[in-house]
Ligand binder design. Structure first.
Ligand code: FDA
Length: 503
């Protein structure tokens, strides 16, 4: 029998995919979304959908026997990562390449299920530098405000921030930054801060105050399943298939034929099939989308895909570090997992950085100040297709992380000097003070204006689109999901108006 046909197929359910599906559905176009992860709505034996960072179980990681948290050790002890039993379709994945581990979310909602919810908008001047071909006026007047509204972005009540014990860690780091002469800023979030205040008063079940974040939040966070995807399903034109991975893409007439592999939650392949579509939108994330396109080009199913695919990948300059505070500077034993302040040294001419003040929510006093810094790192990685493994390989040399470390070190050396403190060397293997060998913000691989036109249309391939973080050239200067969302809104508006209006 001929494979089933849908007018529009969207790969993935992260930010780019969710925006695209909602706008297609709202325009009356029947759309199917394909997601390799699970729909996270069914509680486990403990009555919870997600597990916490303090007692992770099989739900935490995508097919692993042990967790792979960003911190390796605590006081040099192997107490951070835990055995989690039989490999399972858990919610957080870490894709390990030589010299670089890339964290991604797996499930309906993609990265929104596991991220810290920080929702800043990039500085306009830097956005214009990174994406000069995009009309910044339209972005800053129309699409950024639209994205923030749709995502449910809110900010902490400033009075609450000043007094609550759950942000003592943030206030301590802020004071240290100010003493060293640096500015700080409040970062908006999609976690509902009103809910958080009620958590502290024990009026509602705890999530940010129960160590929940990178393995999912059971409450409080307005992840995509509660915003864009709920609205997309509400149009009546969008359906989502879960635990199904897109494997191949072929041209078929004026549309595309897509290979699918469906698994059960323990990884057993239960069905291989095909689906054909008129328009195909790739929203599988920076690594996922790039891999699908490279495989199609290199195995000859879409041999005319542009040579630019695979190039221009970056880490958004991510680097993690921690400082050891004095004993008279405790950071608090109850910490919110949701960050809310950052040190803003972005305008430094040589060593720009935007360093989020991160919690270390382990339930005891640690006297530690933890940071995830976003820096300018001009280095770019490149993906190639590996015929033996059928996967994309990332080429990123260890030395390519050095610029990120330098910028962070410039900032934190100054803070340590002003406060008389030192780095914590017990958290990352090898007594390192800085970890720039993993990233939360993979960007690039199918760049806007290079692999695609200025609206995400893949060159020489009518009906094939890229919608996600792979469009962005390696760096944004702030956490990326608001920008990914706003860019997807802009692109699909154009595509609906000009390519799909007569379907
Ligand atoms: P995204 O990665 O969200 O979604 C891709 C989806 O496609 C996934 O659900 C995946 O399972 C699916 N998929 C992939 N390949 C597939 C295939 N072949 N077939 C079917 N499905 C496939 N950002 C931010 O702005 N603020 C923050 O606070 C944070 N914090 C943070 C913490 C952690 C732990 C992580 C991992 C990430 C963040 N981020 C973040 C980053 C942010 O989450 C990330 O930039 C976006 O999720 C990327 O959105 P995309 O739309 O590109 O894809």
């Amino acid at each position: 029998a001929a494979p089933p046909y849908v007018p529009a197929l969207v790969v993935g359910t992260g930010y780019g995919a969710a925006v695209t599906a909602l706008r297609l559905g709202a325009a009356g176009i029947k759309t199917t979304m394909i997601e390799m992860g699970q729909l996270w709505t069914t509680p486990g034996k403990d009555g919870k959908v997600f597990c916490s960072t303090l007692s992770p179980d099989r739900r935490s990681m995508w097919f692993n026997r042990k967790t792979k948290a960003p911190l390796d050790t605590f006081l040099w002890l192997d107490v951070v990562n835990r055995d989690i039993g039989t490999p399972y379709a858990g919610v957080l994945d870490r894709i390990d390449f030589p010299n670089m581990g890339v964290y991604v979310g797996r499930g309906v909602g993609g990265g929104s299920l596991v991220n810290g919810g920080m929702a800043p908008t990039p500085q306009r001047a830097y956005f214009e530098k990174m994406l000069p071909q995009v009309d910044a006026d339209a972005m800053y007047k129309r699409y950024f405000p639209l994205a923030r509204r749709m995502l449910g972005v809110n900010s902490i009540d400033p009075h609450y921030l000043e007094k609550t014990p759950i942000y003592k860690f943030a206030r301590v780091s802020r004071r240290h930054a100010h003493q060293a002469g640096f500015k700080t800023t409040v970062i908006p979030n999609v976690y509902d801060f009103k809910y958080l205040q009620r958590e502290e008063k024990k009026q509602v079940p705890r999530s940010a105050l129960a160590g929940e974040v990178i393995y999912g939040n059971n409450h409080g966070k307005q992840s995509l399943d509660k915003t864009y995807l709920a609205d997309a399903l509400g149009t009546g034109n969008v359906t989502i298939r879960t635990l199904t991975r897109v494997t191949t893409i072929h041209q078929q007439g004026k549309g595309y034929l897509v290979g699918l592999e469906q698994i059960d939650a323990w990884g057993k392949v239960i069905r291989r099939s095909e689906i054909s579509c008129g328009s195909l939108f790739l929203g599988a994330g920076s690594v996922g989308t790039t891999e699908l396109l490279l495989r199609a080009r290199e195995t000859g199913t879409l041999p005319d895909l542009p040579a630019a695919i695979g190039a221009g990948w970056g880490t958004n300059g991510n680097v993690m570090t921690a400082r050891a505070n004095h004993l008279w500077d405790p950071t608090g034993s109850l910490q919110s997992t949701i960050p809310t302040l950052a040190i803003d040294n972005w305008n430094h001419p040589k060593y720009p950085s935007f360093a989020e003040i991160a919690p270390l929510p382990v339930g005891i006093e640690t006297f530690a100040s933890l940071y995830l810094a976003i820096t300018v790192n001009p280095e770019r990685g490149r993906f190639t297709y590996n015929h033996n493994t059928d996967r994309a390989d990332l080429h990123w040399g260890a030395h390519q992380s050095t610029p990120s470390i330098r910028s962070a070190q410039f900032l934190f050396d100054k803070i340590n000097k002003a406060i008389g403190t030192t780095y914590r060397r017990d958290l990352f293997t090898g007594n390192r003070a800085f970890a720039a060998d993993f990233c939360y913000h993979p960007l690039g691989g199918a760049l806007l204006g290079k692999a695609t036109d200025n609206y995400g249309r893949v060159r020489n391939h009518p009906g094939l689109y890229v919608t996600d973080s792979s469009l962005i050239p390696g760096s944004l200067g702030v956490n990326p999901f608001v920008t990914i969302t706003a860019l997807a809104e802009r692109n699909i508006a154009q595509v609906l108006a000009s390519d799909l209006k007569r379907r």
